[in-house]
Design a protein around this ligand. Sequence first.
Ligand code: RP5
Length: 171
Amino acid sequence: MDEDEKRPLVGIVMGSDSDLDVMAEAASSLDAFGIPYEMVVTSAHRSPEKTSRYAKSAAGRGIEVIIAGAGGAAHLAGVIASQTVLPVIGVPIPSSPLGGMDSLLSIVQMPGGIPVATMSIGKGGAQNAGIMAAQMLALKHSKIRDLLERHRDQLERETEKKNRAIAKMRK
Ligand code: RP5
């Protein structure tokens, strides 16, 4: 892999290190498609200036998609989206007593003008955020498109394997 291929294309951003367990799923998805990424903890309310610097500098550093995960009153994805024209994918983290419903609504209910592509709550949402980022990158990177097609074939094969296993059990 040359230096250019190692340059991060995706920024995975999270509000706290306590979000890492969930956000690691986004990283795993990107790993599966060989997509280089960076991981940064920055908070919209605890480190607003760092968050702003991150959002404003991302495109210039070669980042093409940002995945932002946060819990509670989760404004990180929206705050980042307001300061870059890169697509931002939001992941609601179930870290509060409300189990992530608060973060889901905070992230998904962006008023018109500044969109955030919101995933489902928790690990499944983080996994899909990585796949969604891959799909966005595949518009430009044909190698990623090929890997996504292989991934879909694999899902289909796994479903058929499950059918065969059930049929065998019922014999
Ligand atoms: C949010 O507050 C973070 O995204 C995290 O989900 C939540 C709790 O953070 P910690 O108190 O665990 O650092 O900003």
